[in-house]
Design a binder for this molecule. Structure first.
Ligand code: 5AD
Ligand code: SF4
Length: 479
């Protein structure tokens, strides 16, 4: 569940994923993903590339010919978890020396040759833009050559690849629309591990959504580090838009336009998106959300800190006041909106007063839920190079706990405010606790569980009245 996550990464961690294979494929891939939704989406691209190269997926690590781990580098703890896993893979490899172990994603990009040469715990290293090169890298391993590609690309969006859907529920799917990030928040390693921002060609996004619809999917989440800054003008980096021709500029597609097109072309499909950045979220996006019933009424809008001074040190492109003005506008244009956040506690130089500004901003907005983290210094980031990580660990922890406790109160308040109302819920599958109940979500992204009625199935939209709640789940009945 997304609520009350203590200094951890997002809700799915270390899941291995499997799909139906091809009969003539004789090798087995075990692929595991950590970190953000983007990594899970990327693993589907990787599985698709390897499916064409002789590999079916398996959920049994022991029987794998190839183990790949898609990694996250955003906080120290995320890397620690992956290191532990790599030790476990290597223990298996001792028993089966033919087995290959590879590291993908942000940690591969950050550490480059280190895991291969110094620590010797992997056979292969591929950064986020190098997945098309995996078949060649596997040959390099076989031929005893160093198997590494961590080149970041200006163009790669994997637009033409149709990702295979791994281990999902067959109802909801991720579709990536941008890669990389140009924001350079001083605490963040992402611009270094995922490179510069580029957008994917809109028609390829729409046809992926149409394809999902035809295969029974009923909800897509459009993914990017900064979706609101989506801009397609014919390929290339976002920062090079100024060099585009007049024709390219006239025909450019921004995020509001993309949302509008997806909503119209797949009208039965629910559409979500993540992540938004306050400085790029324009009114046109809000109006598009209000215009289309099938665009879900929830926005994940990280603010990191409620203090303008801290935001400046973080190189965020918004102040506290601008953020509040945006929240007011969102609530005015989409009154039934649910809001969520990311917050970092104890960033460099954060005073007690600055911390209280974060709490007071939370009080003002009253978010539905959020992801909350203690600041973790990342090597090579501007904060690491130029600022002291000077808030003591116990102070960071205490501040984080205060933030979590307050969010808990707000989440409960929000849940209580939903009681008695009837919501349209997309059924995603069985409730984890009780197979006689369905699990689904409202447009606001609130989880609802309710008794099954004959004739309903995953993928159906049903109306459910909320009768009671826990701090993160509405409990109801179909009406
Ligand atoms: N320390 C703690 N949290 C971080 N995040 C990004 N970098 C760091 C870091 N160095 C958080 C931010 C971001 C989310 C994905 O992870 O809140 O929005
Ligand atoms: Fe990191 Fe900031 Fe980009 Fe988000 S917007 S990925 S926090 S640099």
């Amino acid at each position: 569940m997304q609520l009350n996550i203590k200094d951890t990464d997002e809700s799915r961690q270390g899941e291995s994923m499997v799909l139906e294979g091809r009969k003539d494929n004789n090798k087995k891939l075990f692929i595991e993903s950590y970190g953000c939704q983007m990594n899970f989406s990327d693993s589907e691209i990787v599985a698709s590339i390897l499916l064409d190269n002789g590999y079916n997926t398996t959920s049994e690590m022991e029987e794998a010919d190839l183990i790949l781990v898609n990694t996250c580098a955003i906080r120290h703890k995320a890397e620690d978890t992956v290191r532990k896993r790599l030790t476990e893979y290597n223990a298996l490899k001792k028993k089966n020396p033919q087995m290959k172990v590879g590291v993908l994603g942000c940690m591969a990009e950050r550490l480059k040759t280190k895991l291969l040469e110094e620590e010797k715990i992997v056979d292969l290293v591929a950064g986020p833009d190098a997945y098309r090169d995996l078949p060649k890298l596997l040959e390099d391993v076989d031929d005893g050559r160093q198997a590494i590609n961590v080149i970041l690309s200006k163009e790669e969006t994997y637009a033409d690849l149709n990702p295979v859907r791994l281990g999902g529920n067959g109802v909801t799917a991720f579709v990536s629309i941008t890669r990389g990030c140009d924001n350079m928040c001083t605490f963040c390693v992402v611009p270094f591990t995922r490179g510069r921002e580029r957008s994917r060609e809109p028609e390829s996004i729409i046809s992926e959504c149409e394809n999902l619809w035809e295969n029974g999917y009923r909800e897509v989440t459009l993914l990017g580090q900064n979706v609101d800054s989506y801009l397609w003008y014919g390929g290339g980096l976002k920062k090079d838009f100024s060099k585009a021709t007049d024709e390219q500029k006239t025909n450019a597609v921004d995020f509001a336009e993309l949302l509008d097109r997806v909503a119209m072309r797949v009208p039965g499909m629910r559409i979500r998106f993540s992540t938004s950045n306050p400085q790029d979220m324009h009114e046109s996006v809000l109006r598009t959300m209000a215009k289309h019933n099938n665009i879900c009424k929830s926005i994940h809008l990280p603010f990191q800190s409620g203090s303008t001074e801290v935001l400046k040190r973080m190189n965020r492109q918004h102040s506290r006041e601008e953020y509040i003005a945006l929240i007011d506008k969102i609530k005015q244009i989409i009154p039934n909106i649910a809001l969520s956040h990311d917050i970092i506690a104890g960033f460099c130089g954060e005073t007690e007063e600055e911390h209280r500004e974060t709490l007071s901003l939370m009080e003002y907005v009253k978010y539905d839920f959020g992801y909350m983290f203690a600041y973790s210094e990342r090597p090579g980031t501007p904060a690491h190079r130029k600022m002291a990580d000077d808030v003591p660990e116990e102070v960071k922890k205490r501040r984080l706990q205060e933030i979590i406790d307050l969010q808990q109160i707000h989440s409960k308040e929000r849940m209580n405010s939903y009681l008695g109302q009837t919501f349209e819920v997309l059924i995603e599958g069985n409730s984890k606790k009780n197979t006689n109940e369905w699990y689904g979500r409202t447009t606001q992204n609130t989880v609802m569980v309710f008794p099954k009625i004959q004739g309903t199935k995953p993928g159906d939209f049903v109306m459910v009245r909320a009768d009671s709640c826990t701090s993160a789940t509405l409990i109801g009945e179909m009406v």
